[in-house]
Design a protein around this ligand. Structure first.
Ligand code: ADP
Ligand code: ADP
Ligand code: ZN
Ligand code: ZN
Length: 763
């Protein structure tokens, strides 16, 4: 890529000029993107929208930004690869507002991730009574303000000894009820071999000393007898410190799957009793404004907090109050009024995280930035989309360039400029098939244009349920004693505005309670750097075998962990460089040029292709190449869920949440009689792909499974057999079942907001 233009005078300042972009599937794309306008990128999944908006434009901006560092700092930064393009000119600094979670630890809350927590502490130091010295004394992340008991975490894990132990049994009889401590396990061996206990005595008969040693002894060097083979020196540790160190410090989600259930039986996490979950020490909790403490503020839903702050009329804090209100009002306006400041950011959905970031930028005074959004409409009810649009327009009107990748026509409608990618996915896409005003899209003849007016009518003939899963008296979070039946043998859509309580109802009262439910979510699976569609679906082994058989060599040669793998990237094809304070940087391995294997391995071919070529095929191409019964049906399933454009060896970490969810779905297509729960499965799907998805969900139901989807997409809701609508509003104003019944009947509901939008959609 030569000819990088930085000659500003020769370009029209009103446009970002992209010339000859070839990142991923892009086919030499050249286009002008108007600055200080809203440009929406549309097109079927895999057509190249992200490759253009993120992989080319945002990536180039970030690279240029790095170049502004002094040379010696740059020498420490691995160079961002130049996006594959002839030139990209007239960029402004780009900010990517994506669906990644904000800050990953338990100390990060909605309050700390926005600057609301800081502003609120300033307010309290100025007018709170009794006065505190400084703002640090009100911070749960500072030793001066944190609760000494839970160190500012707000909750504490308690090990329930009655569940962990069977006091009627001896150690030899298996008194410790946890899989890794069962009789004949290594950990069990430490206890019985320690010589500290009478191993045949029931626990309830233990002496004071035995109890103390058994539960609490911090550490002691002991000689342990091991299965008759003599003794080994080990450090003995009491059950509680050991259990805490091994499991509690990690928490259920980080444990191996088979330990999670038993862990949840034994360990309960609840609010810290000392600070009642407020994370603050006594002095910090005492400081009040009009009787309201800072911890009370953090526990209020944001819409209530805004009302409280509005009552503060003390002139000396006028500027602080208005700064707080601007941010709070924006959060309420974008439909996040149901959140609380003390909510850990790790519990937010991708859509909620993205909207929070959006609001953060709205209060920034920077202008002439380029903001790049990844499907900001995710998780939003049609009603909330209007508000999102207003905020995007606000961002533009402050003098910024706004680029949005989006599938929702309601968001497309606010575009000043629209770029439709296509015509199809993967190598059959990568071209600009339409650009111009939204109005012109209808006549453009593209897939996006065609689908604009083809909304689905509500299903008239719905399936009859063959049973039900009952939820009774659900009251977590905002739910108000909800009792509702989820019919089995049909397709059910759970609907309602963001914050109505959909996820709470389904996750906590269906998925967590009914052990047979298969929850297909958008989360990354473990070990995602090494994982890819081929490993994830299990077709890599049969592919290696096919190469081995054809070449009469060992299948291990074709393993990325074998001697045949490139030694520099260990067969990853990519080099990951971890930086202290920045995101890890990924670049193509220079030794193997991303081919992952050494030249000797690449000499072996199958039907004329080497292993590296095969692994770089898209699913669609691989489907033409492989007929092996262990491979072809799996590829077919991936194609069916709309992932034909993925390459076999693309790291799972580069897949979007929606793509991951569909990959999980692909593995389920042939199963029967299951109960599936999916959260917004249309995430990342073009309208054309939504049709296919509904077809698949129907297929699952026709094969005797039950499917429950949390959805905002009106085409999906229209084609469900049954709808459970939650609301009527969000947070405190939600948590009730507003409607349950078939979609045709929903249309007649006067209470449901969803009904109103479904009716409009029917036109
Ligand atoms: P869209 O945003 O329209 O869904 P993408 O730009 O994500 O499409 O993908 C366009 C094509 O590029 C697809 O065929 C996809 O598989 C491929 N692709 C995207 N990211 C990568 C990657 N990191 N490595 C290899 N191929 C990729
Ligand atoms: P929906 O799925 O309809 O968007 P949620 O179930 O996520 O709604 O949220 C319903 C209510 O429960 C909201 O008031 C939300 O703030 C609250 N809530 C959801 N998850 C948590 C959590 N992990 N901790 C505390 N409150 C939560
Ligand atoms: Zn505490
Ligand atoms: Zn390499």
């Amino acid at each position: 890529s030569a000819g990088w233009s930085d000659d500003w005078s020769s370009t029209i300042p009103g446009y970002i000029e992209v010339r000859g972009a070839r990142e991923n599937n892009l086919k030499n794309v050249s286009l002008d993107i108007p600055k200080k306008k809203i440009t929406v990128f549309t097109g079927v999944s895999g057509s190249g929208k992200s490759s253009l908006a993120f992989g080319t434009i945002a990536a180039e901006s970030q690279r240029l930004f790095n170049e502004t560092y002094p040379a010696f700092i740059q020498s420490l930064l691995p160079s961002y690869g130049q996006p594959d393009a002839d030139s990209i000119a007239n960029m402004s600094a780009a900010i990517v507002v994506d669906q990644q979670q904000l800050g990953g630890n338990s100390r990060s809350t909605v309050g700390t991730a926005t600057d609301l927590h800081t502003l609120l502490r300033l307010l309290y130091t100025r007018i709170g009574e009794p006065a505190v010295g400084n703002a640090k004394e009100l911070s749960f992340n500072d030793p001066q303000g944190m609760c000494p008991e839970c160190e500012g975490i707000g909750h504490a894990a308690e090990i329930d000894l009655d569940r962990l132990l069977d006091r009627d049994k001896s150690l030899n009889e298996g008194a410790i009820r946890f899989p890794t401590f069962e009789v004949d396990t290594i950990y069990w061996g430490y206890f019985v071999g320690s010589g500290l206990f009478d191993n045949d005595k029931a626990l309830r008969d233990f002496t004071e000393q035995e109890w103390q040693d058994f539960l609490h002894l911090p550490s002691k060097k002991v000689k342990v007898k091991m299965g008759g083979t003599g003794t080994v020196n080990v450090t003995y540790e009491g059950l509680l410190p050991k259990f805490r160190r091994l499991y509690v410090t990690k928490g259920a989600d980080q444990l191996q799957p088979h330990l999670r259930g038993p862990y949840r039986e034994v360990v309960t996490t609840g609010p810290c009793k000392h600070c009642e979950g407020s994370r603050l020490n006594a002095a910090a909790r005492e400081c009040r404004i009009e009787g309201t403490g800072i911890a009370d503020c953090a526990a209020m839903q944001l819409s209530d907090l805004a009302e409280f702050v509005r009552t503060i009329t003390e002139p000396s804090v006028g500027p602080l109050v208005s700064a707080l209100l601007t941010r709070l009002d924006n959060l309420v306006h974008i439909g996040l009024g149901y959140l609380t400041l003390d909510r850990p950011t790790t519990t937010l959905s991708g859509g909620e995280s993205q909207r929070l970031k959006l609001v953060r930028h709205l209060s920034s005074s920077l202008t002439d930035m380029t903001y790049v959004f990844d499907e900001p409409g995710v998780g939003l009810h049609p009603q909330d989309v209007q508000r999102l649009n207003e905020l995007l327009i606000g961002l533009r009107d402050k003098g910024n360039t706004v680029l949005v990748v989006e599938h929702r026509p309601a968001v497309m409608a606010i575009a000043d400029h629209l770029v439709d990618m296509g015509p199809a996915a993967g190598q059959h896409g990568g071209e600009v098939v339409f650009q111009g005003e939204f109005a012109g899209l209808r006549e453009s003849g593209t897939l996006t244009g065609e689908h604009l007016d083809s909304s689905q009518p509500v299903k008239a003939e719905v399936r009859k349920p063959d049973g039900k899963l009952s939820i009774t008296g659900a009251d977590s979070h905002n739910l108000r004693d909800v009792s509702v039946d989820i019919p089995t043998g049909v397709l059910t859509a759970v609907t309602g505005v963001a914050g109505a309580g959909k996820s709470t109802l389904i996750r906590e009262h269906l998925v967590a309670v009914h052990p047979d439910v298969v929850f297909i979510n958008q989360h990354v699976t473990r070990g995602s750097k090494r994982s890819n569609p081929a490993t994830y679906t299990g077709i890599l082994d049969p592919i290696r075998k096919a190469f081995a058989t054809a070449n009469k060599v060992s299948a291990a040669l074709f393993s990325a962990n074998s001697k045949g793998a490139c030694p520099d990237c260990q067969g990853l094809g990519l080099i990951y460089t971890d930086l202290a304070h920045l995101e890890p940087v990924v670049s193509t391995c220079e030794t193997c040029q991303g081919k992952r294997f050494n030249a000797d391995v690449l000499k072996h071919t199958l039907r004329g292709r080497d292993i590296s070529e095969v692994l770089r095929m898209s699913v669609t191409d691989a489907l033409e190449f492989f007929t092996e019964p262990a491979i072809a049906p799996v590829l077919r399933a991936m194609e069916d869920v709309g992932l034909g454009y993925l390459t076999l060896w693309q790291p799972l970490s580069t897949l979007s949440g929606g793509e991951r969810q569909r990959l999980k779905l692909a593995l389920e297509l042939e199963k029967t009689g299951q109960v599936y729960v999916l959260e917004e499965p249309t995430t990342g799907l073009h309208m054309n792909d939504v049709d296919k998805l509904v077809g698949l969900l129907d297929r699952l139901v026709d094969n005797g499974s039950t499917v429950v989807v949390i959805e905002h997409n009106l085409d999906v809701i229209a084609r469900a057999d049954w709808v459970v609508d939650l609301g009527p509003g969000a947070g405190r104003d939600g948590g009730q079942v507003v409607f349950e019944g078939p979609p045709a009947k929903l249309l007649k509901s006067r209470k449901s907001v969803t009904a109103k939008y479904l009716a409009q959609h029917q036109k």
